[in-house]
Design a binder for this molecule. Structure first.
Ligand code: CUK
Ligand code: CUA
Length: 636
């Protein structure tokens, strides 16, 4: 604990204006402690500094009771199909945002409002595989508006509204399988969300035996999704496959890694070539081609322009890079981007300022490569601190390698320089890593997250299925220092970390929120004022029950239906007090949902059991919460 009266307490860091007093103090304390420790241990200390500094540093990540975190972290929930919100540096889980999954607590996947977002009638899969959460930007800065997330498992992209922290749109990408890499256009603003379809398939994929046997005839596509309408703006056919993607700081280019230039369908085949490639997409040229009508469409999606970006196209360029690259990361310097080697111990640094010349055929594809530093076994992803350093996860070595981008460029030119600054052991097998604000112009070089795929012995054993380990690393000093182990449930491939000043979520719903507009429209048609009326409307064998809630009361505590009726319960929560959320649960009917303050939510079920059926509030809201209940009388 920090004693504010301690006269030895270091001065508060004045430039760190957004940090809470506590965070400022604890940071300084820690930095002082760490420096002393390193000094005591001797200057020649290389490699990792895990155990002792972790202890000394434990205060720096401490956010005391009543204190707020400095950053929001948006975490992929992997194949749990959700997104999670964490606070940094505390690493506390603050919220879960259901996206593709069924969520019992909120009724996501059960309520009519969520089913509309999920497009449930066409796509009734309450499963998903999230990898890449990324926030919309304006001029290379996070704008706090949306977070986008892919579903590799069902070829979808979803959008989360950051004002209400709910998923509001989901698009299924046609003509493709397995949306994997996802990033946003950074500049001038996020007009497009770029999404890679990973797996090559025949076209049309209609079961014709010949097309399935003709592996060379398969192809996959790079997709741009309009961030506002969430419709697919265009698709670009590529050679090979597509893994991860990122965009530049002019708005002109996006680029994706390909680990399967071999067009193989088996593991050995995908590893055959010594070099695969990065494909660069010229967004300006693609937009011009779409405008000029130079595209085709594929059956089943005749409103989606499909362009040919295979080798020889003016829309793309293919840069050969060593063996099966994985992560694709743009540096905040606005100039460099890196493809991470995976099966090569190197990462390939490209100079994005040379892409114009490459597309004008003034230079050859490999001429955009300005460095290929060797970092260790299994480089997967790279993050940046805004001070010229890059941090690459090396999966097989279980390390984060900190390296100097400029020195790597000098080394590539033949100069004798050491570009590696530090290798830090992480526990274990890191995939993505991410720095605070690191994928924007505002990279602040404070914290680095290493998303470790294995935790092995780092936590109490909870059976054969282990938690992941999301490690928090302090990168504000010269040395990386591991300060926290964070267990997470399956499986955060990626995360993004945004300063709290950029995100402004609401505390109450607004009554005109489009999220429940369809339900409001339905009520209007029934002549019901949701804010004042408690009414039951019968429409054939459909019954709509409109009720209000004010803690600890439902506006209706008894209603009658006939056995077999389709019942829709609409609850409008009139409470205006922050955090007074009500629930609705119809016992023995699999129906439950959340209604937060000033929201309307609805759920539909069949009254398939005769007799008295109790319903109750399942979000604890009041001293008389247990009494907040009512009866549905089902007449046989
Ligand atoms: S991927 Cu999982 S560690 Cu889907 Cu971005 Cu690299
Ligand atoms: Cu309302 Cu509990």
């Amino acid at each position: 604990m920090i004693d504010p009266n301690d006269k030895d307490l270091p001065k508060v860091d004045a430039e760190d204006a957004n940090a809470s007093e506590h965070v400022k103090l604890s940071r300084r304390l820690f930095l002082g402690g760490s420096a002393a420790l390193v000094g005591a241990a001797g200057a020649g200390l290389g490699g990792s500094l895990v155990s002792a500094p972790a202890q000394a540093a434990s205060q720096s990540a401490h956010v005391g009771p009543g204190e707020l975190d400095e950053y929001y972290g948006f975490w992929s929930g992997g194949h749990s199909g959700e997104v999670r919100v964490l606070g940094l540096p505390s690493m506390r889980e603050l919220m879960r945002i259901p996206v593709f999954n069924l969520d019992c607590a909120t009724g996501w996947g059960l309520t009519n409002e969520s089913k509309e977002v999920l497009n449930y009638d066409e796509n009734p899969y309450l499963v998903g595989d999230c990898h890449h959460p990324h926030m919309s930007m304006t001029d290379g800065h996070y704008d706090g508006k949306y977070v986008f997330i892919n579903d590799k498992g069902n070829t979808r992209v979803a959008r989360i509204r950051c004002d209400i922290m709910k998923t509001d749109k989901i698009v299924t990408v046609p003509n493709c399988q397995a949306i994997h890499g996802l990033r946003v256009q950074k500049v001038p603003h996020t007009k497009y969300v770029f999404a890679n379809a990973e797996f090559r398939i025949p076209h049309p994929n209609n079961g014709a035996l010949e097309s399935m046997k003709d592996i060379e005839g398969y192809y996959t596509m790079f997709n741009a999704i309009d961030a506002e309408t969430m419709e697919v703006a265009f698709q670009v056919i590529v050679d090979g496959n597509l893994d991860n993607t990122d965009a530049d700081y002019t708005g002109k280019y996006a680029f994706s890694t390909c680990y399967n230039s071999e067009n193989a369908v088996d593991l050995a085949g995908t590893m055959r070539n010594e070099r695969d490639h990065v494909v660069i997409f010229n967004i300006e040229r693609i937009e011009a081609a779409v405008k000029a009508g130079k595209y085709t469409t594929l059956p089943g999606a005749d409103n989606v322009p499909v362009l040919d970006g295979r080798k020889g196209s003016q829309l793309t360029r293919y840069v050969p890079v060593p063996k099966s690259p994985h992560g694709m990361n743009t540096a905040p310097d606005g100039r460099h981007c890196v493809a991470n080697g995976k099966l090569s111990p190197t990462v390939t640094v490209m100079d994005m300022w040379k892409f114009d010349d490459l597309f004008d055929d003034k230079i050859k594809p490999r001429d955009v490569v300005v460095a290929e530093p060797e970092l260790g076994l299994g480089p997967l992803h790279t993050a940046f601190d805004g001070r010229g350093n890059a941090y690459t996860t090396v999966f097989i070595d279980s390390q984060i390698v900190k390296w100097d981008v400029q020195k790597a460029i000098e080394a590539y030119k033949g100069e004798k320089v050491n570009y590696i600054k530090q290798k830090l052991d992480v526990q274990y097998q890191p995939g993505h890593n991410h720095t605070t604000m690191g994928e924007t112009r505002d990279a602040d070089g404070k914290w680095l997250i290493s998303l470790c795929k294995f935790s092995k012995d780092r936590f109490l054993n909870c059976g054969p299925l282990h938690a992941e380990n999301d490690q928090l690393i302090d990168i504000s000093g010269d040395e990386m220092v591991l300060v926290h182990d964070g267990p997470t449930y399956a499986e955060p491939h990626d995360c993004m970390i945004v300063h709290r000043s950029k995100v402004k979520p609401s505390k109450l719903w607004s009554r005109d929120d489009p999220f429940f507009a369809s339900t409001v429209a339905m009520a209007e048609k029934d002549g019901v004022n949701l804010e004042t009326d408690n009414k039951v409307i019968r429409d054939g064998n459909k019954v709509r029950v409109y009720m209000t809630s004010v803690a600890p009361n439902y506006g209706i505590t008894e209603f009658n239906v006939k056995l077999g009726d389709e019942v829709t319960v609409v609850v409008t929560n009139l409470d205006k007090i922050e955090d007074v959320t009500h629930g609705f649960c119809m016992v023995n009917h699999g129906a439950q949902m959340e209604i937060s303050p000033q929201a309307t939510a609805s759920i539909t079920f069949t009254a398939d059991k005769p007799g008295v059926q109790w319903y109750y509030c399942n979000w604890f809201c009041h001293a008389l919460h247990m009494e907040m209940r009512g009866r549905m009388l089902v007449e046989a």
